[in-house]
Design a binder for this molecule. Sequence first.
Ligand code: FMN
Length: 263
Amino acid sequence: MSAYVYHFSPAGTTKRIASVLGFALDADAQMIDLADPATLGGEHPVSAPTGKPEDSDIAVFAVPVFAGRVPQPAAAMISRIRGNGMRAASVVVYGNRDFDDALVELNDILARQGFSVIASGAFIARHSMLPAVAAGRPDTEDCGDAEAFAERIAEKLASAAERGVSTPIDIPGNRPYKESPAAAWTPSVTDDCTLCGICAINCPVQAIPHDAPNTTGQTCFQCMRCASACPEGARVLPAPVAAMISEKLAPIATVRKPNQVWV
Ligand SMILES: Cc1cc2nc3c(=O)[nH]c(=O)nc-3n(C[C@H](O)[C@H](O)[C@H](O)COP(=O)(O)O)c2cc1C
């Protein structure tokens, strides 16, 4: 079996789940970073891994949930990949609130691109805007869940009876999808900023000018990659946004919600 793991992971937790899942499926799984600015910029056009996929091949698509949806740049990237009938597993990773319509949306995109989705999962991770929510996740138990999910996917792939089925799984979520709110803020930059430019290099949508990395442009979609990449911790949530989110998420901050899979 060959596994191709496409992940979009601004703050790293989606990649962690995707890596565990991919490695459990295939020790030589190929990891493809859809949030790499070079990939997004089109210098390395993303395409289906094989012209004619084998029955045992699997593509894993893992994205975080932003406002109950697939982040728009991730949706745009996946919409450039052709499945050619390849089987796929879809995964959304969310910060303990809800994944709303993200999984339905991801599966719709994959079906449109010619993938046959045979399994889906919704995994919990610390909230990238407020890491105290679901702090420390994904942890050992979550990684165990990802490995168990991989086992079920492998069994399903191996079962000839399942071949040719597109989406036999009943995923929670609605169509039309939740409205995406307009971007209302960009990260604040504190006096600790040394203008090193690491944030600019890492921004998946080139929203941070390389010659003025203490500013943020309009293409920012608030993914928090700059905040997690900054060695000085100088890129932060604006205080009023932090206060608002903190109040909203307080009731679920320390609740241990389970991961869910549909196979
Ligand atoms: C802009 C934004 C919106 C988010 N919206 C949601 C949401 O609707 N529901 C939720 O449970 N978590 C939400 N989160 C939390 C992320 O889904 C979660 O932290 C995820 O693990 C981030 O993945 P990453 O570490 O790969 O970037 C949001 C995070 C950001 C930055």
